[in-house]
Unconditional design. Structure first.
Length: 211
């Protein structure tokens, strides 16, 4: 069964995701499902398809992570999606890269800390409201199922002293959302079709400036 589960990750191999990460993904899946009975980490309806819906969906962003990045900040980490997933990948690919996981829920932070310790990840769990933090420095900001694009862009602009890029997940209305954002902001962006949904895309925003 374990080998069968691990085979689900094969479409990540073209993205240079090491096979060494797959057993760690499985360990993380087990922890998610176990603790999901106690606290709301992921939707119950997605537990049976956890690898596609959550792990692979997050892992595919690795294609947009520049080799020069040293710090990645997950601004609403929740259950560790995508911060924990990327920290697992970089443990084998770029071990000096650190992940800052912002989450205001004490119980979710306890879960994140337990995962970090068990999987020996280069991550720091920060139990704070990201909207109340100032002068944050990072290379990459990432968010999944957190806040709408305008709020994320405003947060990046107001609360971060330094950052290079923002990676977000957008659905079928992405063009309308991006076009509207570009009326208030100037930025360059790249996009890729999601491996888990043909209607979704991963967006990488750079050179963000308020108009």
């Amino acid at each position: 069964m374990i080998d069968s589960n691990i085979s689900e990750y094969k479409n990540l191999e073209p993205l240079n995701v090491s096979r060494e990460t797959f057993p760690q993904f499985e360990a993380y899946c087990d922890l998610l499902k176990k603790e999901n009975n106690k606290i709301n980490l992921i939707s119950k309806s997605t537990e049976k398809d956890i690898r596609q819906r959550h792990i692979i969906d997050c892992a595919q962003t690795v294609e947009f992570i520049n080799e020069n990045y040293k710090i990645c900040t997950d601004i609403g980490s929740g259950s560790g999606l995508p911060g924990i997933v990327l920290a697992i990948i970089m443990k084998f690919q770029k071990p000096d890269m650190k992940f800052h996981l912002y989450e205001k829920s004490i119980r979710k932070c306890q879960f994140l800390s337990a995962v970090k310790k068990k999987l020996n990840l280069n991550a720091e769990v920060i139990q704070k409201d990201i909207f109340k933090e100032k002068n944050i420095e990072t290379d990459l900001i990432i968010a999944r199922a957190f806040k709408p694009l305008p709020i994320v862009l405003d947060l990046a602009n107001r609360n971060f002293k330094k950052f290079k890029s923002v990676i977000l997940f957008l659905g079928k209305n992405r063009k309308k959302i991006l076009d509207k954002a570009l009326t208030n902001w100037s930025f360059d962006y790249k996009e890729k079709i999601s491996l888990t949904s043909s209607e979704s895309k991963i967006i990488k925003i750079c050179n963000l400036k308020k108009k």
